[in-house]
Design a binder for this molecule. Structure first.
Ligand code: NDP
Length: 272
């Protein structure tokens, strides 16, 4: 029987992960199947355990279960520990080995695909939810000149910053007035609701990259704002999605797939 993998979430029908991982498997000649696993709310552990008992080798975890997956794990990577959230589980005997590949997915998309340097650049991260938490450590690891995190709820941003060993600034949107950044990453869920985070004008430095983690909804209000403010480069989160999947695939199979043709395939499907 082929090795079994799946994405677990609620909802999960929209997920592109099966398409991505099956493309990676074909490309690398790996004998595996990758499906979707809908877990009822409150039944993450039971659903994941049933999959495991049936011989499942690994899971990707999406909303709303990344925190539960963190508590479910018996072994946590440094990245998962820092993020306090897990998007990749690997089952080996009794061990439930957990990682978080969202941050490395973002960094690989920025540096590898978009050729955007992070080292010595001024980075502004918007949002203080799970997505923001997951990318902080990998971004800091690239040694930016500064990392500033802005959130509507200042208290939430401050608490988040306090939970990291390495220091970075947490502030309100109003406190961004008059400041400029080379890279602005939208890790809020504002785009999902067709909203724009309350950014002051002129936050995009000359040559800046505006990155929205959201994908698949055309130009988001954030990217439209960035365009009107003169950002040099605009990017959505499709590349991050493919790159986090490539890292999960590597964790499971020990092989690094070529993400470029898969990203191209998804981009063509999205733009069609
Ligand atoms: P959460 O619900 O955990 O956090 C939401 C955050 O967005 C909060 O900080 C909230 O601020 C902020 N927010 C919501 N609406 C607004 C608004 N109108 N203006 C300003 N801030 C707002 O969500 P996640 O962190 O899990 O996900 C965030 C986004 O990242 C989603 O769009 C998701 O699809 C995307 N994502 C993409 C991935 C990829 O691979 N491309 C991977 C993971 C996530 P407050 O605290 O003040 O309420």
């Amino acid at each position: 029987m082929s090795d079994q993998y799946a994405i677990i979430g609620n909802p999960v029908a929209h997920s592109k992960s099966p398409l991505i991982h099956m493309a990676f498997a074909r490309q690398t000649g790996q004998d595996l199947v990758y499906g979707r696993l809908l877990a009822p709310e409150g039944a993450f552990v039971a659903t994941a355990n049933a999959f495991r008992a049936g011989g499942g080798r690994g899971l990707n975890v999406t909303l709303p279960f990344k925190g539960e997956a963190f508590r479910f794990a018996t072994e946590l990577s440094e990245r998962a520990r820092a993020a306090r959230a897990v998007n990749t589980l690997k089952f080996e005997g009794d061990a439930i080995i957990a990682d978080n590949t969202d941050g490395v997915g973002l960094v690989n998309d920025l540096v590898g695909n978009l050729r955007c340097a992070i080292a010595n650049r001024r980075i502004l991260l918007l949002g203080a939810g799970g997505a923001a938490r997951g990318v902080i450590e990998p971004l800091l690891h690239q040694n930016p000149a500064q990392l500033v995190l802005a959130n509507r709820s200042l208290e939430k941003a401050r608490l988040l910053a306090q939970s990291f060993h390495r220091a970075f600034e947490a502030c309100s949107y109003a406190a961004l007035a008059g400041r400029q950044f080379d890279l602005v990453v939208n890790a809020t869920s504002a785009s999902l609701a067709g909203e724009l985070p309350p950014l002051p004008p002129m936050v995009f430095a000359r040559g800046a990259l505006a990155y929205d983690m959201m994908y698949g909804k055309g130009e988001t209000p954030f990217l439209a704002f960035a365009r009107s403010e003169g950002a040099a480069l605009l990017a959505d989160g499709l590349g991050m999605l493919v790159e986090q999947a490539a890292e999960s695939f590597f964790i499971w199979r020990g092989l690094r797939p070529d993400s470029a043709p898969v990203l191209k395939l998804l981009r063509q499907a999205q733009d069609a």
